[in-house]
Write a protein that binds this ligand. Structure first.
Ligand code: CA
Ligand code: CA
Length: 295
């Protein structure tokens, strides 16, 4: 479950064109190394067989090759052969391979794939409607039960435990993957090696609450770490709706309190979740909020 979640985050972290986090880049490069296994350029040349000369000419002349467009846009050249990004026609998006590729927009409409969603959002650029339209969650739109007050309090219990387990899993696999920085590794090592650590499992809410009280210190870093993972565009100590999307979108269909939880995290209602607000809604004490922990 952990791996699935991390991968999906990487996929949808694209409502912005800003650089991806090192974490995601690392994961991508790992993935392509294992999956492709060959130099992609060689593969392409092979496909064109004898026409290698011609292919190389085309490569040199196509200014779109190294021109990156954000999701929802594709590169086209104008009359003077200058590359530019234009909205992608949704009908050119790859056909969805199944319902799992559908996404639900904040307009409560189901889009075939995230490609269809971002292409549609692009055509609305500059309008109020387009500004308000976000990818709400992964999967087709469905009825989400309203989140009750008592359920809202349960959410951070599960979330904190889950974050701690994600970090421990990353740590266990880190030997060859470099998913964590050296500093982060040292911090997780302390948690990992602590004998009192609650092992991953399907625990009752009572046990999770008890563990948070007893082993509070083990939760401080995981909460900070997740904030740092999301605060990337830009790195400024605040989370925007878009920065939060990689965490929110896969979570909403499984945890119906997700939206309400993050809304109330923004205690001062300025549309940004500051590190202090984030830490507070996960039960971290004010004196333990530490900007240095998110690096
Ligand atoms: Ca930010
Ligand atoms: Ca705020």
């Amino acid at each position: 479950a952990v791996v699935w979640f991390v991968d999906v985050s990487a996929e949808i972290d694209s409502e912005t064109s800003a650089p991806e986090s090192a974490q995601i880049r690392n994961r991508r490069s790992c993935r392509s190394e294992t999956e492709v296994g060959a130099n992609p350029v060689q593969v392409e040349v092979g496909e064109f067989d004898e026409a290698i000369e011609v292919v190389e000419d085309v490569v040199a002349e196509n200014p779109c090759l190294n021109h990156h467009c954000k999701k929802g846009k594709v590169c086209e050249v104008d009359e003077s052969n200058t590359p530019m990004c234009v909205c992608q026609d949704p009908s050119t998006c790859p056909v969805a391979e199944g319902e799992f590729e559908h996404v639900c927009g904040t307009d409560n409409k189901t889009y075939d794939t995230s490609c269809h969603f971002f292409a549609t959002k692009c055509t609305l650029e500059g309008t109020k409607k387009g500004h308000k339209l976000h990818l709400d969650y992964i999967g087709p739109c469905k009825y989400l039960e309203p989140c009750m007050d008592n359920e809202l309090n349960e959410f951070p219990l599960r979330m904190r435990d889950w974050l701690k387990n994600v970090l421990v899993t990353l740590y266990e696999r880190d030997e060859d993957n470099n998913l964590l920085t050296e500093k982060q590794k040292l911090r997780v090592k302390k948690i990992y090696e602590n004998e009192k650590r609650l092992q991953a499992g399907d625990h009752s809410l009572d046990l999770l609450a008890h563990d948070f009280e007893k082993n509070y210190n083990m939760y401080i870093f995981p909460v900070h770490w997740q904030f740092g993972q999301l605060d990337q565009h830009p790195v400024d100590g605040y989370l925007t709706h878009t920065e939060l999307a990689p965490l929110r979108a896969p979570l909403i269909p499984m945890e119906h309190c997700t939206t309400r939880f993050f809304e109330q995290c923004d205690a001062d209602n300025d549309k940004y979740i500051a590190l202090e607000e984030w830490a507070t809604c996960f039960g971290i004490k004010e004196q333990d909020v530490d900007k240095d922990l998110i690096i």
